[in-house]
Design a protein around this ligand. Sequence first.
Ligand SMILES: Cc1ncc(C[n+]2csc(CCOP(=O)(O)OP(=O)(O)O)c2C)c(N)n1
Ligand SMILES: [Mg+2]
Length: 193
Amino acid sequence: MKGTEAFQELIPLLKDQPVVHANGYICRESFQLQDREANFYMIGSMGLASSIGLGVALCRPDKKVIIFDGDGNVLMSMGTLAMIAATAPKNLVHIVFDNQVYESTGSQRSLSGSVPLEEVARSSGYPVALKVSKKEEVKPAFEKLMNGDGPGFLLIKVDPVFDPETGRVTHTPEEIKTRFMNALGRREEGSRN
Ligand SMILES: Cc1ncc(C[n+]2csc(CCOP(=O)(O)OP(=O)(O)O)c2C)c(N)n1
Ligand SMILES: [Mg+2]
């Protein structure tokens, strides 16, 4: 499955959930397919989508929060897997597009070919950690995580074939932040924190 195909499977399944994106092609693909106010694009620093997503999930237990991550991003911030597992927000779904390379910077090989990230997540303490590699497996795995208690982890194995013609996110960081905060809106009555 191509990386783009994995996004094409997932994006139509989104409703109004906040989705925090890792940098590079993860942002670019999602932005091209469907820009959403509830998308937070981390267009700068690598490795931080998971900790931003964790923060949003802890602050907003009334919402299911989704992270779109990359293998290089996860490997860079592996400690965040432990932090997510230890804080254990039930409303967090962590999805990793694993193409086994740092594709956004020229397809240098990452370590995810020999380090099974779903096993790292499972042994860190994520209650559910799934791995899929076929297009038709993406939707059922995503729905299982969305319908159950998290934190849930989904590793999607994809071929390293993002299209370099895919445009970049055109919003400024300030616009991204303001839109995202507006989309999150008010906390519902009775929510914690
Ligand atoms: C702190 C930091 N280091 C390096 C970079 C450069 N950089 C941007 S995207 C990227 C690769 C990300 O790899 P991965 O998460 O596997 O996503 P892919 O590009 O393969 O979709 C790198 C090295 C950066 N933006 N920030
Ligand atoms: Mg990658």
